[in-house]
Design a protein around this ligand. Structure first.
Ligand code: SF4
Length: 645
């Protein structure tokens, strides 16, 4: 045990249930359940992997208490009927031997759904307030008998939680779901006994707890998950959040798990790369000060030094480590052993997890291709040790080398520049992208640990390959920025986005960035933060179409704060000294600029892979060579190839 993290590993009780440590894996929707919300083997494998690596409490994903009207998406886990107890029991049987405890996260999505998911059922809520982020459908305001029915459904799901052999039932009262729709003045406009005053808005969750206590008795732990602050002008404040928690403790809950926000503030539910670490620690502190029951805190606590600090500073009793457990299931074990550098960091990109869910796909992870396939994709020793040559030291090449080496192959990696990292070296330049720098450090560190022979400053050629004579070549030479084909006057100052990021800040006060994809927007923000006056030009009707929705919301806020306009439907016709000629919505214009940055996408170069065909038994092209410049493509291609050679 590393004594620096001792506090994380102290036992704690939630009611009568003793947790072996203070590390919680909070509820995260995965879509690993069957189409009908039943338990699956993949789902069990996913949680077992986290349990066996030391998590103290696993809160399984949002579990539907009212199918289909309360479904949040197409296939959440469900517990609206006795027949689903068996599946949860199977999970409990599989997880408990590793010493982890289990909680359900009982949920009714209310207005935060879409009729596509509720199988045509009308959405319901406290009041008829539409939720724009899920399609803006106006929900039906629940009648008194309907409220009574849903109270019963929640309470029965608590009873089934206990019947399944789970240790704790958690009521999902956070992030804008039905319970919080009753609690919030933003969504509760009722003028009956369930609306108006805070006392009335508390009635719905209080009734759930009272009925659940009748069914499970006074000791079975019932936790409330609550947004401490809705962070919304018309929503409830931190002071209200604390009052709600206090009232719910009086109503009989055992503990509180606190986060922030609702769907209208998505970055609160999925904190982004540029938000501070331990982002909700002051919310935790307020709850801890006011309550005498255990408080769990979530929100970018994946750096173990942050996690232990919030415990030591008395800002929480337990820490919930969410997405980091998607990125690295061995987080708790590595922390206990003091192997902090071996933790594969969650980069808070919100692409593979939240982004996939936005498309109604299973949860994945940009940096952990095995998530959700823990048994099927486990790294196994190769039947035959091969000589593997990796060409390119970007994220794809490094991940391929890492996995191939773990499988026992002899791996040598050639990188033509003088440093490892590829495009990560540029992507990690802006201050707000520390997570990219951490991920690069992790990959570089793992190559050393796996004894991967790394040769910098050496470009791979067919002659070099013939001399080295490998069994396998993995080509990960990346892609080059698309050349500027816009007519450009001599003397005009034009740079590629990567050149801007790889050099000192250009001189001049104003810039036009041509290209409004993710790279263009990020470089524009980078320049605006350095004090430049920037305009983005995008020929399509929309911008940042290659970016997960949550991140785009943040980009909109940042662009507004830094006064960076995005001109869509705008084509750059010519670049001249001191500006860019554009056609914007059919009108000719000149945008003044001291310098111009092009972010027109990337072009892969398949030459090396083609030249190697026939001279090496196995040649694979991975990462940016297959199009795109996402970390997902790099790591997933690398994983698929290196796992099977
Ligand atoms: S996809 Fe990105 S944000 Fe989500 S868990 Fe993986 S690294 Fe973290």
């Amino acid at each position: 045990m590393d004594s620096r993290f001792q506090k994380l590993f102290e036992p704690i009780n939630l009611g009568p249930v003793r947790l072996k440590n203070r590390i919680v894996m909070p509820a995260m929707f995965t879509k690993y359940a069957s189409a009908f919300g039943e338990m699956t083997q993949e789902y069990i494998d996913f949680y077992v992997e986290r349990a066996k690596n030391g998590v103290g409490l696993i809160v399984v994903e949002n579990t539907c208490v009212d199918w289909p009207a309360g479904k949040v998406a197409s296939n959440p886990l469900r517990l609206d009927d006795e027949k689903f107890i068996q599946g949860l029991h199977d999970l409990a049987e599989a997880v408990h031997p590793y010493g982890a405890k289990l909680a359900t996260n009982l949920q009714h999505a209310g207005r935060q759904s879409n009729p596509i998911h509720t199988e045509g059922h009308e959405l319901v809520s406290a009041s008829s307030v539409a939720c724009a982020p899920t399609g803006g459908h106006i929900p039906h305001a629940l009648t008194l008998p309907e409220i009574e029915e849903i109270v019963e459904k929640f309470a029965q799901a608590v009873r089934r939680t206990a019947a399944a052999g789970f240790d704790i039932a958690q009521l999902h009262g956070a992030h804008g779901y039905l319970i919080s729709q009753f609690l919030s003045p933003f969504t509760n406009k009722r003028n009956d006994k369930y609306g108006g005053s805070l006392e009335n808005r508390l009635r719905f969750p209080r009734e759930i707890v009272a009925r659940a206590r009748e069914l499970v008795g006074k000791d079975f732990p019932i936790e409330l998950r609550l947004s401490g602050d809705e962070l919304l002008e018309e929503g409830y404040t931190l002071k209200d959040g604390v009052s709600i928690a206090r009232a719910m403790v009086e109503a009989g809950i055992t503990s509180v798990s606190v986060s922030a926000g609702i769907y209208e503030v998505p970055t609160a539910c999925f904190p982004t790369m540029s938000m501070p670490r331990a982002v909700w620690s002051e919310i935790g502190a307020a709850f801890k000060q006011a309550l005498d029951v255990p408080v769990t805190l979530v929100g970018k606590l994946d750096d173990p030094f942050d996690a232990v600090r919030v415990l030591e500073e008395g800002k929480a009793d337990l820490v919930a480590i969410g997405r980091q457990h998607l990125a690295d299931p061995e987080w708790a074990r590595k922390v206990a052993e003091g192997r902090v550098d071996d933790i594969r960091p969650c980069i808070h990109c919100n692409e593979g997890c939240a982004g996939n869910l936005g498309k109604d796909w299973r949860v994945g992870c940009d940096v952990n291709p095995a998530v959700g396939h823990e048994v099927a994709y486990a790294i196994k020793k190769a039947p035959k040790r091969k000589k593997v040559l990796v060409a390119g030291g970007g994220p794809a090449g490094m991940e391929a080398a890492r996995v191939a080496a773990l499988r026992g192959h002899h791996v040598v990696l050639f990188e033509k520049s003088d440093q490892l990292g590829g495009l990560l070296n540029y992507a990690g330049v802006p201050d707000f992208k520390d997570d990219i720098r951490r991920y690069r450090r992790y990959l570089v560190g793992q190559l050393k640990k796996q004894w991967v022979e790394t040769r910098l400053g050496q470009e791979v050629t067919p002659a070099l390959v013939q001399e080295y004579n490998p069994d396998v070549v993995i080509v990960a030479t990346g892609a080059q920025p698309k050349a500027n084909a816009i007519p450009t006057a001599p003397g005009a100052k034009v740079m590629q986005a990567v050149e801007v990021l790889g050099a000192p800040i250009p001189e001049g006060r104003s810039a036009v960035v041509i290209g409004g994809g993710r790279v263009g927007v990020e470089v524009a923000l980078y320049l605006a933060e350095k004090g430049k006056k920037v305009v983005i030009v995008e020929m399509l009707p929309d911008w940042a179409c290659d970016t997960a929705g949550v991140n785009k919301v943040e980009m909109i806020e940042k662009l507004a704060a830094l006064d960076v306009p995005v001109l869509t439907n705008t084509t750059a016709k010519a670049i001249r000294t001191g500006g860019v000629e554009v056609v914007t919505n059919g009108e000719d214009k000149v945008l003044g600029a001291d310098f111009v940055v092009t972010a027109l996408g990337f072009v892969p170069d398949p030459t090396l892979a083609r030249e190697l065909e026939g001279i090496v038994p196995e040649v694979y092209s991975i990462g940016d060579l297959n199009g795109g410049t996402r970390i997902w493509g790099a790591t997933h291609d690398a994983w698929w190839v290196a796992r099977t050679i």
